[in-house]
Design a protein around this ligand. Sequence first.
Ligand code: PGA
Length: 245
Amino acid sequence: MEVIVVKNYEEMSRKAASIIEEKVNADPECVLGLATGGTPLGTYEQLIEGHRSRGIDYSGVTTFNLDEYVGLPRDHSQSYHTFMQEQLFSHIPFLNTYIPNGEAEDLDKECREYEALLDKEGPANIQLLGIGSNGHIGFNEPGASFEAGTHVEELDQVTREANARFFPSLEAVPTEAVTMGIASILKSEEILLLASGANKQEAIRRLLKGEMEEMFPASALYNHKHVTLIVDEEAYGKDVDTSAE
Ligand code: PGA
């Protein structure tokens, strides 16, 4: 795992966006794996800026999102469909954008079909990932199998509490999600893991210990040959000299 320590959230976002832009310029028909949450927002702002001011062209690019809540209507303000529309897709035209359907009547079938689509059109050339304070990636919570493909996952209490800031109450946070599994994520050619802020410090410390265990899902990334962690000083938890960056 390559570790790049940057000063702050903005630098993390600029670095991630520049890696993605380089890929898109080199391969205009590439596949990007996308994430939601507070972490990738700045990256998406940078991508939008690059599209507008430097004409980076995404018209041949296909995207796959990691996850979606079960049971939230697609047009709900907190669905990941809405998030992606507002934060990226309404600003940049892509060739195809895929997000799991958390409203599917037959969720198992939805999971099988999403994985099959990923196999047909993917895998992602670059997968963008955040990390939960409990070490989750996508919605693969502590204890999730490292072998699983796309599946329905029950959300950890830590995750529901972290995401309650976006909902009127904790009770309003969905209890389940459809998520790409750890095995689906590991199919990606390259993984960009982003972490910013002191509330990620413990998760990063544990990740960098390098012990693989299912109770800490992000440790599965040690099974992948090309992972870049871009972490800011607060999340890294030590004063490091990033002046050379
Ligand atoms: P956050 O979530 O980006 O909102 O901190 C990260 C995650 O849960 O993967």
